[in-house]
Design a binder for this molecule. Structure first.
Ligand code: ZN
Ligand code: ZN
Ligand code: ZN
Length: 284
């Protein structure tokens, strides 16, 4: 399984428009963050995209995304969703170049929880309405993810995927857990959360890698801060952890220092915990 971080920044991205703080003006490229998204590739070469950020087109070009087998959405906030229209290159309702090609265009499957499916249908209503040809739009099939579980995972190539229920303030969102049948490694992607129920902790606590929302030092109503993220990490057996959805209030180097201190506080010096950065690739 290969995981590529397409973006690791909070909703504004970094640099923040008009901001001249140390982080936003840093020349360290790890302090330049697109909105949060990843792509996961199975050991048999199948790509799964998680979220379509507003920078999705730029991310897809930069990180050479070819054709994902499906898309998983964590929730419907703009920073995770508003690049959705650019999926049309993978599933277009009108393709003049293929008019001599008998291959039928198939809809691209999008998996998300029920409230996210509802929001996508209203936010992108034109995608799901019958209209005349032209003014291209993606051909998408929205599928509620609640039917998938440990016993009945979503299967994409060698990947077995299950949604992980979490709370982002009061909003129910989906983390996603991936297991590769071939390598036996597992990976949990848990962004945009301020509370992870015990039943969800049970599902992810033995993952080889965990990627977790960790916004900033100060407390926040809908995101884990660094300390809350560390507390969650301390309840897991995972040894390899990356933080994502990071704000401009701390630079990459500053976060590394904060993590060092918090590792002592939670007695988890044996774990490898780092802030992620755009372009980071994990081969597990
Ligand atoms: Zn977000
Ligand atoms: Zn800034
Ligand atoms: Zn959010």
């Amino acid at each position: 399984m290969i995981i590529t971080f397409l973006g690791t920044g909070t909703s504004h991205g970094i640099p923040v428009i008009g901001c001249d703080c140390d982080c936003c003006t840093s020349s360290d490229t790890r302090n330049q963050r697109f909105r949060t998204s990843i792509v996961v590739e199975s050991s048999d070469g199948k790509q799964v995209l998680v979220d379509t950020s507003p920078e999705f087109r730029l991310q897809a070009i930069k990180y050479k995304i070819k054709k994902p087998k499906c898309v998983l959405l964590t929730h419907s906030h703009a920073d995770h969703l508003h690049g959705l229209d650019d999926l049309r290159i993978f599933a277009h309702t009108f393709t003049p170049c293929s008019s001599n090609n008998p291959e039928k265009i198939k809809p691209l499957k999008i998996f998300a929880n029920k409230n996210t499916v509802k929001d996508v249908k209203s936010r992108f209503s034109y995608v799901f309405k019958k209209t005349q040809l032209g003014g291209g739009k993606p051909l998408l099939k929205l599928i509620p993810c609640e039917e998938f579980s440990e016993k009945n995972p979503l299967k994409i190539g060698n990947l077995e995927i299950i949604p992980i229920p979490m709370y982002h303030g009061k909003l129910k969102v989906s983390g996603w857990m991936f297991k590769d049948k071939n390598t036996k490694n597992s990976f949990a992607y848990l962004t945009d959360c301020s509370f992870i129920p015990e039943s969800s902790l049970e599902l992810v606590k033995n993952c080889t890698y965990i990627v977790l929302d960790a916004l900033r030092e100060k407390i926040h109503t809908t995101h884990f801060n660094f300390e809350q993220a560390m507390e969650f990490v301390s309840k897991t057996e995972s040894k390899e952890i990356y933080f994502t959805h990071i704000s401009h209030e701390t630079t990459h180097e500053e976060i590394i220092q904060i993590i060092k201190e918090l590792k002592v506080k939670f007695s988890i010096e044996d774990k490898n915990i780092n802030p992620a950065w755009d372009g980071l690739v994990l081969s597990i």
